[in-house]
Design a protein around this ligand. Structure first.
Ligand code: HEC
Length: 266
């Protein structure tokens, strides 16, 4: 019985064996000609490269246009840097996929344009905690402060670490102008005025009654959150910065007005 099965199997793989042998013999011969082999490697690598590069030619159609897209304010950029420094991305993704369960849970799926100015992007690939792409506005500032201070105070079963020191440390604003300028060199359209006023705009964002709040609104738009995020008086802490950043996630563009069929904003 085994012999019969073997013969059937052999007959099944026979055509493939012939193909394999032909390729194998051809390759064997090719390996003896270094120049020929080098060309073959270039061609094979070229095909792989073309497959990777090809989608870039359609990037204009892939990335929706959103002329009124907001830029991160200087304070939000500082918060973003803290998010990276503390490794929040190792537990949280920032990309809602086009799957029913994700859309039901977190809201409209992420559009390409929403991470257009993210350097580096923080899509992430690990979800120990929930996706944060649309967490902005979901909770109050006080909730975020309490949660970052000690997550189990607000979510009893949470396994997220506590980040108490964020409330104690002052946000590092020293090189803010240079940071925005660097972002401009990679394509984020910060204006000269935004770069020049980076530090004062960061200070203004936690001081709604201050004289400089008007300038911040002028440069970043009416929708800018100007609040004392951490509830503590004085200069912005790292807690202020990261909460400002969390509250803007998903709010840079109004996704509802993005018509993804044509890739244009209505
Ligand atoms: C070890 C993994 C881990 C790390 C690191 C981590 N988190 Fe979390 N996070 C979680 C888990 C798990 C939850 C869900 C339970 C909860 O709400 O605490 C969560 C929940 C959250 C939520 C609430 C999301 C929602 O929609 O309810 C926010 C906001 C958040 N994390 C922000 C952060 C920030 C900011 C950092 C970095 C400073 C961070 N997390 C680092 C695991 C993590």
């Amino acid at each position: 019985m085994w012999g019969k099965l073997n013969r059937i199997l052999e007959r099944l793989v026979a055509p493939f064996r012939a193909l394999f042998h032909t390729i194998f013999r051809g390759h064997y011969r090719l390996e003896r000609y270094s120049l020929g082999l080098a060309f073959a490697i270039i061609i094979a690598g070229g095909i792989g490269g073309a497959v990777e590069i090809a989608p870039l030619f359609t990037i204009d159609e892939t990335v929706e246009e959103a002329p009124d897209m907001r830029l991160y304010t200087p304070l939000e950029q500082v918060g973003r840097d803290i998010y990276i420094r503390e490794g929040c991305y190792t537990c949280h993704s920032q990309m809602i996929r086009t799957l029913r369960d994700e859309v039901d849970r977190w809201g409209p799926y992420s559009r390409a344009v929403e991470s257009q100015y993210d350097h580096p992007m923080l899509w992430g690939s690990k979800r120990t905690g929930p996706d944060l792409a649309r967490v902005g506005g979901k909770y109050s500032d006080a909730w975020h402060v309490a949660h970052l201070y000690y997550p189990r105070d607000v979510v009893a079963e949470s396994v997220m670490p506590a980040y108490r020191w964020l409330a104690r440390r002052n946000a590092d604003l020293d090189d803010l102008s240079a940071r925005l300028e660097t972002l401009r060199t990679v394509g984020v359209p910060y204006t000269d005025a935004q770069i020049e006023n980076a530090v004062s705009d960061a200070l203004a964002q936690v001081n709604p009654d201050g004289a400089r709040a008007g300038g911040l609104i002028e440069r970043y738009g009416e929708a800018t959150n100007i609040r004392n995020f951490d509830g503590q008086p004085g200069n912005p802490t790292e807690m202020d910065a990261i909460v400002a950043y969390l509250q803007i996630l998903g709010k840079l563009v109004d996704v509802e007005t993005l018509d993804t069929e044509s890739g244009q904003q209505e």
